[in-house]
Design a protein. Structure first.
Length: 233
């Protein structure tokens, strides 16, 4: 009987409290690690966690990772993408060939940072991450369209548009100071004005909206990973 090798990928639920039990593979004679793939860390809010996706393998990070042949570590925290130093240190100390950060949405809704403090918080977070990853490409993504917040001031006097501009300014300042492997993706090119039908509640994408994001982000993020690393897949 001819033996076949199969890659098995297990996706844990992106919503709820999963429990892990024993894994049984019927008919398998050997079990071993698969070929190494470039490691991608995706940090963000509920829009990165994707609780409303069709399933754990159909979140936008999962779809992008599968399409590009990457090993994903998703750090999507609903309501809690707040540039916490502990998160920066965790990413700093974790293996990665690509890092992406979706920033701004939670900071707007929670009014976490002012116009004075948001830029320095972004700068410090990115610098901490890159302390452990010199030369690794880091992609900062601004918020996707948020019709209710683009022009409405939050409790500290900022709009989503303001936070988007402050994020761009912080990344460009880091580039000017010598961090030359930083990339920017405008979230409005991923899900933008006029595409409100892809939002379930005016903020979070629908299940199909997450898949649309994946379609657009797959080439954008894929272009940020150097060819030598991608060739190792």
């Amino acid at each position: 009987m001819r033996r076949e090798r199969k890659r098995v990928r297990i996706w844990l639920p992106q919503l709820g409290f999963p429990r892990l039990g024993p894994v049984r593979l019927f008919g398998a004679t050997q079990l071993g690690p698969g070929a190494p793939q470039p490691r991608w860390i995706a940090y963000g809010s509920s829009i990165t966690q994707c609780t409303g996706a069709h399933g754990p393998s159909r979140t936008w990070p999962a779809l992008v990772a599968a399409a590009n042949g990457w090993d994903l570590r998703c750090l999507g925290f609903a309501g809690q993408c707040q540039l916490d130093p502990v998160a920066a240190r965790f990413i700093r100390d974790s293996s990665a060939e690509l890092i992406s950060l979706r920033l701004g949405a939670n900071s707007y809704r929670r009014a976490t940072f002012s116009a004075r403090s948001f830029g320095p918080a972004v700068t410090g977070f990115i610098q901490t991450v890159l302390d452990g990853h010199p030369g690794v490409p880091l992609v900062a993504q601004t918020p996707i369209t948020y019709p209710g917040g683009e022009s409405e001031l939050n409790a500290v006097g900022l709009t989503v548009a303001d936070l988007r501009a402050l994020l761009v300014e912080a990344v460009e300042a880091l580039r000017d100071s010598g961090y030359d492997n930083l990339h920017l993706i405008d979230g409005r090119t991923v899900l933008g004005p006029g595409e409100e039908a892809a939002l379930a509640d005016g903020l979070h994408p629908t299940a199909d909206g997450y898949e649309l994001m994946a379609t657009r982000l797959t080439p954008l993020l894929g272009a940020c990973l150097p060819a030598p690393a991608a060739a190792e897949t």
